[in-house]
Design a protein around this ligand. Structure first.
Ligand SMILES: [Zn+2]
Length: 67
């Protein structure tokens, strides 16, 4: 599926990134891997199923506390 072009505004270059490789949809719009919200914040990319991972971690934590 073609997600379009990266919509990140490159202020120093005065133009949009417009990268088309590996672009994925984000709340801010389509972004290439270099310009995802996490990448721009200097954070690792979140898991593709973060909510499920949190639920699993909480269940494991409860079991640890009981034992
Ligand atoms: Zn980009």
């Amino acid at each position: 599926m073609n997600e379009g072009r990266c919509s990140h505004w490159n202020g120093t270059a005065g133009r949009y990134c417009h990268q088309t490789d590996h672009v994925r949809p984000y709340l801010q719009g389509p972004r290439c891997p270099v310009h995802t919200p996490a990448a721009l914040a200097g954070l690792p990319e979140p898991d593709s199923t973060p909510l499920g991972a949190v639920v699993i971690d909480l269940a494991a934590e409860r079991r640890r506390r009981r034992s």
